[in-house]
Design a protein around this ligand. Sequence first.
Ligand SMILES: Cc1cc2nc3c(=O)[nH]c(=O)nc-3n(C[C@H](O)[C@H](O)[C@H](O)COP(=O)(O)O)c2cc1C
Length: 179
Amino acid sequence: MPKVLLVVGHPDLSRSKANKALVDAVRELAHVTVHDLYATYPDFRIDVDAEQALLAEHDVVVFQHPVFWYNTTPLFKQWQDSVLTLGWAFTMDGSASRLAGKKAVVAVTAGVPADHYTPEGSNQATIETLLSNWHATLRLCQFDIQPMVKLYGTAFGLSGEDLAAAAKQYNELLASFAA
Ligand SMILES: Cc1cc2nc3c(=O)[nH]c(=O)nc-3n(C[C@H](O)[C@H](O)[C@H](O)COP(=O)(O)O)c2cc1C
């Protein structure tokens, strides 16, 4: 059965509403490994070998985080810088990386509602445009990039019912990778 690694980059899941709800919705799936970066590395000292071993033994990688200033969170950026090394995560000679062909999903929560993430909205761009560095990074690493999971309005606008529906959809998506 394909194995899913859910890498979570929330600074404190115990104080989270949205990211915690998403993680809790998939925690019990047998083929899903939840990897909480901030809980694992409170000192920001990332064990690169352990991280690469985790990536190598999974078929699907989900990168989940709240949007902070149109970007990922600081430890997740450090994780990218440390773990995605030349010759392992990406190559420059056209040869296959160790991540080639694995499915990748970026799953983000954003404070403001979806209409802010349009060319006409307050952010004047879609969330895919603003987070396009994720796409470029995953493409260079030769991942098979899946559509982004987006949960908007976590600071205002998102009802309890909306959050429950998003959590259910997330469960269904990650469950679907077991097939
Ligand atoms: C430092 C910081 C920066 C943020 N930047 C953004 C942002 O650029 N865009 C946005 O939509 N929300 C932004 N937010 C709101 C967070 O995305 C929101 O708090 C988060 O999705 C809530 O998730 P949680 O319930 O799991 O903590 C920011 C929040 C913080 C603390």
